[in-house]
Design a protein around this ligand. Structure first.
Ligand code: NDP
Length: 327
């Protein structure tokens, strides 16, 4: 089967295509023939070494396809089921993957496999960001950076569905239009003039109940200035590099702020949490509230181009990779 590996940390050129044997599932694993793999920013962190892995390493955490073989102790899946996963193991950039059955979900009939690969990791992230960090009520205002991205579009839609007013930052006019269509009440083109003044103007000087920052280095200090007194800063990514270290006093100075640095893996750490989160996500897709957007489909062999596009801020919504149809 085809597989993308990274032999040492580096740029997109560090991604290499190789032929690998189809994995044999362990007793509690299912073997999935992948219809599509999701591309996520975390794949870039694994490739560059911001999140170290042991090299050479397979890449990719998310995918969806058909179960073609099951281990002896598997109880929840049978051959022919449609399954998706996003919690590893590393190796989703491939034709087949063996996944622990506890880390996979059944894809409901109303979701096609490409869409499942496009939404699971990003949509489950949106779920915990929106529903499980701090109670939000109708009329609260939040700031969401990179609102037209993969996580961004789904999170903003979900927040708006709860009656929350969303201010989204975006890198272009096209992205601004898209963010408006997916729940943003106001957008800020933050590349030229920053965003703090506009956020304060849009909130009558009060700031936001929650500020979601996945950009990191370039935005984090200004992000702190956009929160209301006793508001919550959610630092959940490093698209421009890791955010700077700060003293707890910085939080005190800016109005007794709360700061969290969450990761999806801790919010779907049990089977029950994974099932509940996936079910919330899928039901919003079924009801048409979340409208998944696949901004780019690339062949698996073109994984390096897909990484270049994501890193150069040229994508909207989700990017997926399609493996070669094989035996
Ligand atoms: P996106 O589709 O959101 O792509 C990233 C976007 O970030 C870009 O399109 C761009 O939007 C913006 N951006 C700003 N500065 C930069 C920069 N220097 N380089 C690249 N992009 C930049 O990606 P994902 O949906 O995959 O992920 C979004 C974020 O969420 C990532 O930071 C990721 O690590 C994080 N994440 C965290 C999780 C967690 O559990 N903590 C789980 C999943 C994702 P624009 O042009 O509008 O500025």
């Amino acid at each position: 089967m085809q597989q993308i590996v990274v032999s040492k940390p580096g740029g997109p050129e560090a991604l290499e295509l190789r032929e690998a044997p189809i994995p044999v599932p362990g007793p509690e694993e299912i073997l999935i023939k992948l219809a599509a793999c999701g591309v996520n920013f975390i794949d870039i962190y694994h490739r560059t070494g911001i999140y170290p892995v042991s090299y050479p390493s397979a890449l990719g955490l998310e995918g969806a396809g058909t179960v073609v073989r099951i281990g002896a102790r598997v109880t929840r899946f049978k051959v022919g089921d449609r399954a998706a996963f996003c919690l590893g193991p590393l190796g989703a950039y491939a034709g087949y993957v063996a996944v622990a059955e506890t880390k996979a979900v059944i894809v409901p009939a109303f979701i096609d496999l490409e869409t499942a690969a496009a939404i699971l990791l990003k949509g489950l992230t949106a779920e915990f960001l929106v529903r499980r960090l701090k109670p939000l009520k109708k009329g609260d205002t939040v700031l969401f950076h990179a609102a037209a991205g993969g996580v961004g579009l789904m999170a903003c839609t979900w927040l708006a569905h709860l009656g929350v007013r969303v201010i989204g930052t975006v890198g272009s006019e096209v992205k601004a239009d898209l963010a408006h269509q997916h729940g943003c009440d106001a957008t800020i083109l933050y590349r030229k003039n920053g965003f703090v003044d506009q956020v304060m103007r849009l909130t009558d000087g009060k700031g936001c109940t929650i500020v979601y920052d996945s950009i990191g280095a370039d935005t984090f200090m200004d992000t702190l200035a956009c929160c209301e007194t006793r508001g919550l800063i959610v630092s959940f990514g490093n698209a421009s590099g890791p955010p700077p270290a700060i003293s707890p006093l910085e939080l005190s100075k800016r109005g007794s702020l709360f700061l969290t640095r969450p990761t999806l893996f801790d919010y779907v750490s049990t089977r029950q949490e994974l099932d509940e989160a996936a079910s919330s996500l899928f039901s919003l897709v079924q009801s048409g509230i979340i409208r998944p957007l696949i901004g780019a489909r690339r062949k698996l062999v073109d994984a390096a181009s897909a990484h270049k596009e994501l890193e150069s801020r040229n994508t909207v919504g989700s990017t997926i990779l399609i493996p070669e149809p094989s035996e």
